[in-house]
Design a protein around this ligand. Structure first.
Ligand code: HEC
Length: 158
């Protein structure tokens, strides 16, 4: 009888611990000054599978800071509306037919790609000219990947 009681207690305590563990780590929210944005995290969340399959190891927090400092003037923060420039949500899919480097090159110098006649660059220019995107020659591959991961995280969160 006594051991039965100990057993039940152990199971209960383990159950409570396991539940706490699960609810702490299943969804990650990163605090925001203006708004709380729930990021999909490690396989949990509606479209997390998407993020994992396209992510090349960027850092979302770094991407967020870079996006706000450099891109948010022209590209909507919700990644879904048009502003001065197009909505960036799903952008990797629109460049999927080309090498990843083309997307880096676009962000570093879009007018050069338009002049060279790259098909996606031409398509964008036909829609958005005469608005010219800024050049970001100093962004590294890793920084651009971080921005792309941030775009994905916001895009699938709303
Ligand atoms: C001055 C406004 C402006 C700024 C700032 C800006 N962009 Fe753009 N962006 C545009 C415009 C306009 C286009 C559409 C093509 C064009 O007119 O050159 C575009 C297109 C793009 C595209 C192609 C989208 C697609 O659907 O293929 C990407 C990717 C992009 N921008 C990323 C960025 C990133 C990343 C930053 C910040 C590092 C940034 N942009 C900053 C205006 C801007």
């Amino acid at each position: 009888m006594k051991w039965d009681f100990v057993f039940v207690c152990t199971v209960l305590i383990f159950g409570i611990w396991a539940f706490g563990f699960y609810s702490n780590f299943s969804v990650e929210t990163i605090p925001e000054e203006e708004e709380e944005i729930p990021y999909a995290f490690c396989g949990v969340g509606a479209n997390a599978e998407n993020i994992r399959s396209t992510s090349r190891g960027g850092e979302i927090e770094l991407g967020k800071a870079l996006f706000k400092a450099n891109c948010a003037n022209c590209h909507a923060k919700n990644m879904k509306s048009k502003l001065t420039g197009p909505a960036l949500g799903g952008v990797e899919g629109r460049w999927a037919d080309y090498p990843r480097e083309d997307l880096y090159d676009w962000i570093r110098n879009s007018q050069k790609m338009i002049a060279e006649g790259h098909p996606r660059a031409t398509e964008l220019w036909n829609e958005w000219q005469p608005t010219i995107m800024n050049n970001y020659p100093n962004l590294t591959d890793a920084e651009i990947e971080s921005i792309l991961d941030y775009i994905d995280a916001i895009y699938v969160s709303f």
